[in-house]
Each structure stands twice: as structure tokens, then as C-alpha cells.
Write a protein that binds this ligand. Structure first.
Ligand SMILES: [Zn+2]
Length: 511
């Protein structure tokens, strides 16, 4: 799960060193592994986990202690807590699942809220396709995850919270649509039957069949309503579907001002901190140019671990099936990479935006098993240590609700032999990171920067003595770049294309 592009670190920095890149993939989190229940021994200053018993020293004056391999701090430890053997990859359970307060133990299902556009433009088959797709979703949940709780919010010029019997638990309209406080308050007070699909499926199917399209697009208030519902229930998944630009209430994206955009940024951030994963489905118009501002809405997905889709009416059902099929193996994922000062972390990719402090904990929301993130590091002028430690810490909540801390530590030897360094270098790991970086640049509208990122790395590996592999990697990168800078039909198309590259998987790229 933790790989590096390099097997050695060069003792002296040269002008054009091949980049030091580490990749972190998450498929292992879903596999069984022996666990330690309890807290690890951590450096009091930087949080580095003690994994090597050899670094423990006994001193009659100071007592039992270790000097942190990452920040150099001396930490006193209780001799009875010490690890007995070297732990390269260890999984701690740091918090058991919250106890369920009923007498009989039961598995609690996931919470899903669909926030659906029923504005006038959804007529002509689109809403029918959505209704069919949601009906399939309900049927599927009833069989495969009957304890899932399902909720429905529909928006047009007003926002409705609809219960399984088809009744409107809540209607938000008029001035209230312009007040985030009002909408949040109304949804948090709503007495809503958020029940297991097992018991409500047939009623839901009947209710869905009665949805009718009308009027405008109060997307912002609808989204905030869905967020509020899920937040109060400990999180869950939110499916946002629209075919038009938000234009009613707060979060309106019709005016050029940034107020509307900021609303989505803030709510994306709030979702991430409240265990809510958002999938965004934009429905495109076959002929006319539609404008959905998917770049703005896409942040909701990129920040929370969900996906963005830009699909035709005919593709809606397949998209819903895809969303249903996605398994999140870990939630509330937070990653921290630790290195000593001689190997400084300079960038992290696979997240929505550039992270100004990549050495600090990074929130990823939910992760599926194919998710990969990458870290780039740089050495200082001269590396003094003979061996440089790198530690990846992944904190997450598993599907049973237990909080883990997975700690994977690698030690990389120093070499003065440049040939040894290049010969053992893995150009694919860095290649995948460069595609994610180029995707991020393109997502922000910087096509030239995307070209520069890929072009520079192609030249670098062409010059290094790894000829046959370099050629393969360079070709794959060229193909990715061509896709990135290809003229898209619309802004929405371009946003979704580049967002996919931000999440590209190295495994798929070079398989
Ligand atoms: Zn430390």
C-alpha cells in the first residue's frame, strides 16, 4: 500500500535528480490484518509512531526513552508499553465502535439522501430516467443492504423533503430560500421518518412514480437540506442530481459574483468534516449547450471522496448503478506522512486542490479501494543520515465503526552511486503523480502548466538509463496529456475530464 519511486536516496543533491515520490493506495484497508487494540507510542512533538525497538535507549539518569527519527525530540516511555519487535506495517484500533443502545445488537445500515432536480428542464424524459434509476436503487438496497435508510429531497423553485409515503414533511419557499440559517434550522427540526429500506421500499417506489417536473432550480437550499439531514445522523452518502444551473435562493450560480461559488466550497468542507460523501450527477442536454457549473459542484465530490458524472439521459441508469456499486472501505480518512528534515515533503496529489502544508494531516473523506494519493519530496543539499525513515499514518473508520491508525514505515538507504539510484528507480510511480498534478492544473484551467509538468518529466526519464521502461511511461503520459488538453465540448465536460485525472490510478494507468 505504500511504495516509493526510489530504493535509495542520493547523498548529494544534483541539479536534475529524478523526483522522490511516494504512493499510498488504500485497497489493503479492506483486507483482514492482525490488529493491536490500544494506542501506539507516539512522539510528543510530531506524532511519529515508535515502531523499532532498537531505537529504545535505557539511561540511568534520563530513564527509558527514544529519540524521534523524524523530529529529533527525546521522548520518555514506560518500559512496559514498548514494542517487542520491529513493526513495518501495523494496524492499531484506537477507538472501538460506539455501543449501540438497543438491547439486541444490530447492524446499522448506511444513510443515503438523494437530492434531485425536478425543475422544468427535467421534463422530456430526464426525470423519468431519474425515477427509474432511483426505483432500481431502492430495489437493490432492499435486497443487498436492507438496513440502509433512504431519504429524498426534490428541488425546483421550492425545496421539498419527501417521506416514503409521498408526503411532504417540509416545504421551503420564498424568502427562506435565501437564508442558510432558516434552511438548516427547518431541516434539523423536521420530524422525518428516516427508516430502513427493508420496511419502506414498496412505498418509496410508489412515491417516486409521482414526481413531476416544474419551474426553477433551488439547488443550494436543497443541498443544504440534505447535508443537514445527514449531519444529524452521523453522516452518510448524498447523491446530488441536476441538469441546470442553480438559480434560486442561496448558492445561485447565475450571477458572476463569487458568493454562490463560496457556498459550495464551504459546504464541501463541512461535508468532509461530517462524514458525508457526495456524488454529483450532471445531466447534459443532447443538442443545446447546458451550463451546470460542474467545476463548482465537482468540488463537493473531490473533497469528500465521491465522484462527478456528466451524462446523457440515456446514461442516468448506468450511472446510478455505478454509484450503488461503489464500496467505501474506509471513511473519515486522514493521512499524515512523516519524514525527517533531510527529506522535505513538497506536494501531495489525489486531493482536490494544492495543499499548502502537505506535511500536515490531509483529510480525504471516504476512500474506495482504487483510490491512490501521491507525495513528492525533496532532499536537502546533503543527506547526513545513512538511512532515512518515512512513515505513512492513515487514520480511518472501518465499516464496523472502529477507528484505526495504520502505520507503515519504510527506511531508505543513502547511496553516493548515482547509477545505483537510477537503475533501481521506478518511473511509473512518479508518472502517475505527474498525471494527477497535470489533472489538477487542468481542472484549474491551466492547460499550459499541465503540458509543462508532463513534458519536463518525459525529458527527465528519457535522459536516465532505464530506456525501455521510460519509453512506455512517456507514451502513457503523452496519451493522458492529449486527453487533458483536447478541446472539450463545454466547460462542464472539461471540468469532469480533468477531475478524473486528479484521481487517476497508477495501477490502471500502467496495467
Ligand atoms: Zn517527533
Amino acid at each position: 500500500m505504500f511504495k516509493t519511486s526510489f530504493d535509495f536516496i542520493l547523498g548529494r543533491k544534483t541539479k536534475e535528480d529524478l523526483p522522490y515520490v511516494a504512493s499510498l493506495s488504500f485497497e489493503e484497508l479492506g483486507k483482514p490484518k492482525e490488529v493491536i487494540v490500544g494506542k501506539p507510542i507516539q512522539c510528543q512533538r510530531c506524532g511519529g509512531v515508535l515502531t523499532d525497538p532498537q531505537s529504545i535507549k535505557k539511561d540511568p539518569k534520563i530513564g527509558t526513552h527514544f529519540v524521534c527519527a523524524f523530529c529529533g525530540t527525546l521522548n520518555l516511555v514506560d518500559p512496559k508499553d514498548l514494542p517487542s519487535h520491529l513493526m513495518e506495517d501495523v494496524d492499531f484500533i484506537i477507538e472501538e465502535a460506539m455501543e449501540i443502545k438497543t438491547t439486541k445488537p444490530e447492524v446499522t445500515g448506511d444513510n443515503i439522501v438523494a437530492v434531485i432536480d425536478i425543475s422544468g428542464s427535467m421534463s422530456g424524459g430526464k426525470l423519468e430516467a431519474v425515477k427509474r434509476s432511483l426505483t432500481e436503487t431502492i430495489k437493490d438496497l432492499k435486497v443487498n443492504a436492507p438496513q440502509t435508510k433512504f431519504g429524498l429531497i426534490a428541488f425546483e423553485s421550492q425545496v421539498y423533503l419527501i417521506n416514503f409515503k409521498g408526503g411532504k414533511t417540509l416545504t421551503v419557499s420564498g424568502d427562506d430560500l435565501h437564508s442558510q440559517e432558516k434552511v438548516a434550522e427547518k431541516f434539523s427540526r423536521a420530524n422525518y421518518d428516516f427508516l430502513d429500506v427493508e420496511k419502506t421500499a414498496s412505498k418509496w417506489i410508489e412515491t417516486l412514480s409521482k414526481l413531476e417536473p416544474m419551474n426553477n432550480t433551488a439547488l443550494g437550499p436543497g443541498l443544504l437540506g440534505g447535508y443537514t439531514l445527514l449531519k444529524m445522523r452521523g453522516g452518510g452518502r448524498l447523491l446530488l442530481l441536476t441538469d441546470g444551473l442553480a438559480n434560486t435562493g442561496f448558492g445561485s450560480l447565475e450571477s458572476p459574483s463569487t458568493t454562490g461559488k463560496n457556498f459550495y466550497k464551504e459546504i464541501a468542507e463541512s461535508c468532509k468534516y461530517n462524514n458525508i460523501i457526495v456524488d454529483v450527477v450532471g445531466v447534459r442536454e443532447e443538442a443545446a449547450e447546458s451550463r451546470l457549473a460542474l467545476k463548482t459542484l465537482g468540488d463537493l465530490a473531490l473533497e469528500t471522496g465521491g465522484d462527478i458524472y456528466y451524462v446523457t439521459m440515456q446514461e442516468i441508469e448506468r450511472t446510478f448503478a455505478d454509484i450503488r456499486g461503489k464500496g467505501y472501505i474506509a471513511r473519515e480518512v486522514e493521512v499524515k506522512m512523516l519524514t525527517p528534515p533531510s527529506l522535505k515533503i513538497v506536494d501531495v496529489t489525489g486531493t482536490a486542490y494544492e495543499t499548502p502544508k502537505p506535511e500536515e494531516p490531509i483529510r480525504l473523506g471516504g476512500v474506495t479501494e482504487d483510490r491512490e494519493i501521491y507525495f513528492e519530496m525533496q532532499t536537502s543539499k546533503e543527506v547526513k543520515e545513512e538511512e532515512v525513515p518515512i512513515q505513512a499514518q492513515i487514520q480511518y473508520v472501518d465499516p464496523q465503526g472502529r477507528r484505526h491508525l495504520r502505520v507503515v514505515t519504510k527506511k531508505v538507504k543513502k547511496t553516493e552511486d548515482e547509477k545505483q539510484f537510477t537503475k533501481t528507480y521506478n518511473p511509473k510511480i512518479t508518472g502517475a503523480m505527474r498525471v494527477q498534478q497535470a489533472g489538477r492544473a487542468a481542472y484549474q484551467g491551466k492547460a499550459e502548466k499541465a503540458k509543462e509538468i508532463i513534458g519536463k518529466y518525459q525529458k527527465q526519464i528519457a535522459a536516465a538509463p532505464m530506456a525501455p521502461e521510460a519509453k512506455v511511461v512517456a507514451n502513457v503520459l503523452q496519451k493522458e496529456l492529449n486527453e487533458l488538453v483536447a478541446k472539450a465540448e463545454s466547460e462542464d465536460e472539461a471540468a469532469v475530464q480533468s477531475a478524473k485525472k486528479i484521481r487517476v490510478s497508477g495501477k490502471k494507468l500502467f496495467e
